[in-house]
Design a protein around this ligand. Structure first.
Ligand code: GAR
Length: 187
């Protein structure tokens, strides 16, 4: 049984879908939710689903405390679900090819430092893109540059706002993220 830690900073709708997907799964389970934002919605979602939460600050991420916590809990795979900090090189090296991220655009378009959540959707609309989508990829030491596992596209409509586009993207994320993580684990 693979032990998954989900790291998230926000509302946690993807974290919730991941927890639910693996709740009764024979190959993997979400056993920990790590969060760097006190009061983030993900904390409540995780505790409603009886998954322990680990709250930490940026210092703990950088100085190896988070890494030791993950190793101490026997975590096999780290899944980022709206986690807004750069994963330090030491953690990437400790979990080679075992950290997965989801990004709300068709990378390499609209990725990189500062590109997260609504910032991405604003940039997509400002660039007058006809389509956007999601990218699920492995994490390396640079923002949004690891090997791509899966992409799916959706249209950008003429009257889209960042919020309406985010809603369409979330539907794609909820449909594909748990399944893609599952195929990664079981392949
Ligand atoms: C998701 O759209 C995810 O793709 C994005 O944050 C949102 C979190 O939503 N991640 C990034 O922008 C990472 N660069 P959620 O809290 O409802 O799961």
């Amino acid at each position: 049984m693979k032990r998954i830690a989900v790291l998230a900073s926000g509302s946690g709708t993807n974290a919730q879908r991941l927890i639910e997907h693996f709740q009764e799964h024979s190959a993997a389970r979400v056993v920990l939710v790590g969060c760097d934002k006190p009061g983030a919605g993900v904390l409540e979602r995780a505790s409603e689903l009886h998954v322990p939460c680990y709250l930490f600050g940026g210092g703990a991420l950088r100085d190896g405390t988070v890494l030791r916590e993950l190793q101490g809990q026997g975590i096999d795979l780290v899944v980022l679900a709206g986690f807004m900090r750069l994963i330090p090189a030491e953690l990437v090296r400790a979990y080679p090819d075992r950290i997965v991220n989801i990004h709300p655009s068709l990378l390499p378009r609209h990725g990189g430092k500062g590109m997260y959540g609504q910032h991405v959707h604003k940039a997509v609309i400002a660039a007058q893109e006809k389509e956007s989508g999601i990218t699920i990829h492995m994490v390396n030491e640079r923002y949004d540059e690891g090997r791509v596992l899966f992409q799916a596209a959706c249209p950008v409509l003429p009257d889209d706002t960042p919020a309406s586009l985010a809603e369409r993207i979330h539907v794609l994320e909820h449909e594909h993220y748990p399944r893609t993580v599952e195929s990664f684990i079981t392949s």
